[in-house]
Design a protein around this ligand. Structure first.
Ligand SMILES: [Mg+2]
Length: 323
């Protein structure tokens, strides 16, 4: 395959000039970016590998959507505003149909969230996508894992367990009707980064994380970084309607606790800011579920109707083509 084919592909990623803060985007040796005065840059990178993080034969538009959306979720977890991203694309061959679909999916999400592609690289090898996102946040306003304190209340922004349910459907471990199938596929390939709610939570929440590894693991990260423990009340953990219709509570809650790929936010709020939080919920600017509290000690303790239960948290399971 000639190098020219890859050059052709890179044309699919040319964007029109004029994006916010971009002095020089794709087309020179480096991008030149103007970080707005008085803002911090929030930077995160995620790699998705074909056959591990998504099925290799999935629709390229959907692969692109998922790759950018999961990166945007990390910006949301910090309360940062999306600005720019770079793309590293490794392809087994220069299939222009595939790249065309991929670029369409990518720019659909980029336009929706107002984030500009400012550079990247294309190489030949096993299918893999690396995206680095850049966002901005006011100094002192970022939501960080290490900020939880004993007595804080613990919340999530929406249902958890959909990611694990979707994985079970993709791996054909579960048979579902058409509407449930569409619901879970939409969740898997088009997760909704909680950017708007995260912004609203800046100044109210203390610690936050996006749920990519499972509720217990991710709340556990907050606990470790903050040197605290947490209690979770399992009967309060929100499951989606398709999950509750599909499986018994025990299975649904297992998915919620240890599944991952949910991309809701888990965050803590100190008692002194609870009334501010409630006002925002009343104004419908936030949708939250109160699921627990931060305690002294270590790790996450699960209670079901007040009784301690032990849970199997084997953690995040990747998509696996052998599955
Ligand atoms: Mg994250």
């Amino acid at each position: 395959m000639a190098v020219g084919e890859f050059e052709l592909i890179e044309r699919y990623f040319r964007q029109e000039a004029g994006a916010l803060g971009v002095a020089m985007g794709v087309g020179d040796d480096c991008a030149l970016l103007n970080v707005p005065e008085g803002q911090q840059l929030a930077v995160s990178m995620d790699t998705l590998v074909g056959g591990i993080h998504f099925p290799k034969n999935a629709d390229p538009e959907l692969i692109a959507e998922r790759a950018l959306r999961v990166n945007l979720s990390d910006l949301a977890a910090m309360g940062a505003e999306p600005m720019w991203f770079t793309l590293g694309l490794t392809l087994p061959n220069a299939n222009s149909q595939w790249v065309k679909g991929f670029s369409q999916g990518l720019f659909r999400v980029a336009n929706e969230y107002n984030i500009a592609l400012v550079g990247g690289d294309t190489t030949r090898g096993h299918l893999s996508i690396t995206i680095q996102v850049h966002g901005t946040v006011e100094p002192g306003r970022a939501l960080m894992r290490g900020n939880a304190s004993v007595g804080d209340e613990v919340f999530v922004t929406g249902p958890v367990g959909n990611g694990a349910a979707a994985l079970a459907v993709i791996k054909q471990e579960l048979e579902v009707g058409k509407s449930a199938f569409n619901y879970f596929m939409d969740h898997y390939y088009r997760p909704q980064p909680q950017l708007q709610q995260a912004k609203t939570l800046c100044g109210i929440a203390e610690a936050a994380i996006d749920i990519s590894d499972g509720l217990v693991a991710d709340l556990g990260h907050i606990c470790e970084q903050s040197v605290v423990g947490a209690t979770l009340h399992l009967e309060r953990v929100p499951l989606s309607e398709p999950v509750t219709k599909l499986v018994p509570f025990e299975k649904g809650i297992q998915w919620a606790l240890s599944g991952g790929d949910d991309y809701q936010l888990c965050f803590t709020v100190p008692p002194s800011r609870m009334s501010q939080l409630e006002a925002l919920v009343d104004q419908k600017r936030l949708q939250v579920h109160h699921i627990g509290e931060i305690t002294r000690g270590k790790g996450v303790t699960c209670l079901y109707n007040g009784e301690e239960v032990s849970i199997n948290t084997e953690g995040y399971q990747h998509f696996d083509s052998k599955g």
